[in-house]
Design a protein around this ligand. Structure first.
Ligand code: PLP
Length: 393
């Protein structure tokens, strides 16, 4: 794949009021109209460029949404107050009572919990599959399937989704392919590979500072208009709007995402090769030993590398906890959930961000009790960091 998401962001010129180099922050929840008629037209969604009320649209979120739509090459985008809001609002917009979803069993724990525990209460049926097994996906499709859901690179097992093939299956069955690209912004351009909808937790790599929680939905203009419809749009009516101050700071961070992704990838690949040589049981899509290494190579925007996420199996939770304790003591990073930060973060997935998944399902999907997920930071001297990690093992 040769797509250039960084160039598409670069090509946008967004001026602030008075010629500022950053777009102005709109510090208002409501907007004035000269005439009542224009207000009504705006309510009806007929007045593009007019702002009504900040839960609906606000200029700061629109600047960020436009940049994300450019990055993803989608017609439009929407900003939410969390990644979960992006996921839940999109799924609820696409599916109604009586519908069916096919999803990767390996997803972020919160997503799994929503699909497993929440949607069935509203009569939306969900089938969980091994997303790397396309026959399983095909066999799970039903006449009422509305969505195939996956993560480009799954959390925490780092399986790579075959987006073009999944898109074909979705299309053949009249369903939409929805892809969470949180682990791999810029590395994959899911919409260009055939996904109908791309969602993000911007809390992670896109913002990169771990100072806020935010999300985004990138898709067609029609879908984003539906989300913001005043009568039945989930984003409008459930109300997960992001504060404009936050969206303006995320937009500034988006402009360094290309550099950060390259450095996260370089550092993670360096550590992965060293860990593999030590004989550790590890998962990293940049290693030839990874089962979907070739697929990743074929689909990726190669200049951004294989991403900053890697996972090491330390066998037991006890071992994992001991090693993570030592790693934090050695200031390698932080024993914390989340990812995409400039410092390395590590946590034992089965007992943290995947703890919503019952133990027997974790076992079935191959999530070991001692699996530690590392989000590798932007460290300048990764050789020295590796030596310090080695001394903790
Ligand atoms: N998607 C993935 C892959 C995640 O890892 C997470 C959170 O860890 C989310 C979505 C949820 O995002 P947020 O915490 O911003 O709601």
């Amino acid at each position: 794949m040769a797509s250039d998401p960084a160039k598409r962001i670069y090509d946008i010129q967004q001026f602030g009021e008075f010629g500022g180099v950053n777009p102005s922050i709109t510090d208002s929840s409501t907007y004035t109209f000269l005439e009542g008629e224009t207000m009504e037209e705006t309510f009806l969604g007929h007045m593009e460029g007019c702002f009504l009320y900040s839960r609906h649209w606000n200029p700061s979120n629109k600047f960020l949404a436009d940049a994300l739509a450019a990055m993803e090459k989608t017609e439009s985008a929407w900003i939410t107050s969390s990644g979960m809001a992006a996921i839940t609002c999109s799924l609820l917009q696409l599916c109604h009572s009586g519908d069916h979803i096919v999803t990767s069993v390996t997803t972020y724990g919160g997503t799994y919990a929503f699909l497993k525990n929440w949607l069935p209460k509203y009569n939306i049926e969900v089938s969980f599959v091994d997303i790397t097994n396309l026959d399983q996906v095909r066999n799970a499709m039903q006449p009422n399937t509305k969505v195939i859901y996956t993560e480009s690179v799954t959390n925490p097992l780092l399986q790579v989704s075959d987006i073009p093939e999944l898109a074909k299956i979705a299309q053949e069955n009249g369903a939409k392919l929805m892809v969470d690209n949180t682990f791999t912004p810029m590395i994959f351009s899911p919409a260009e590979l055939g996904a109908d909808l791309v969602v993000y937790s911007m809390t992670k790599f896109i913002n990169g500072k771990n100072d806020c929680v935010a999300g985004a939905i990138c898709g067609s203009k029609a879908f984003i208009n539906n989300l913001s419809n005043v009568n039945d749009g989930t984003a409008m009516l459930l109300g997960p709007v992001l504060d404009p101050l936050r969206s303006s700071s995320i937009l500034k961070n988006l402009h360094t995402l290309h550099l950060r992704m390259k450095q996260h990838s370089l550092n993670a690949l360096f550590l992965a090769r060293k860990f593999e040589a030590l004989g550790l049981a590890l998962k990293y899509p940049g290693l030839k030993s990874h089962p979907q290494h070739d697929l990743h190579t074929q689909l990726m925007n190669s200049e951004f590398g294989y991403g900053g996420m890697l996972a090491i199996d330390f066998g037991t939770e006890k071992n994992a906890n001991q090693i993570m304790f030592k790693m934090q003591q050695a200031n390698i990073g932080y024993l914390a959930v989340s990812l995409g930060y400039f410092r390395t973060l590590f946590s034992c997935s089965g007992h943290s961000t995947s703890s919503e998944i019952p133990a027997e399902v974790q076992k079935e999907m191959g999530l070991s009790d001692g699996l530690v997920r590392l989000s590798v930071g932007l460290d300048n001297n990764i050789e020295e960091v590796y030596e310090r990690i080695k001394s903790c093992l």
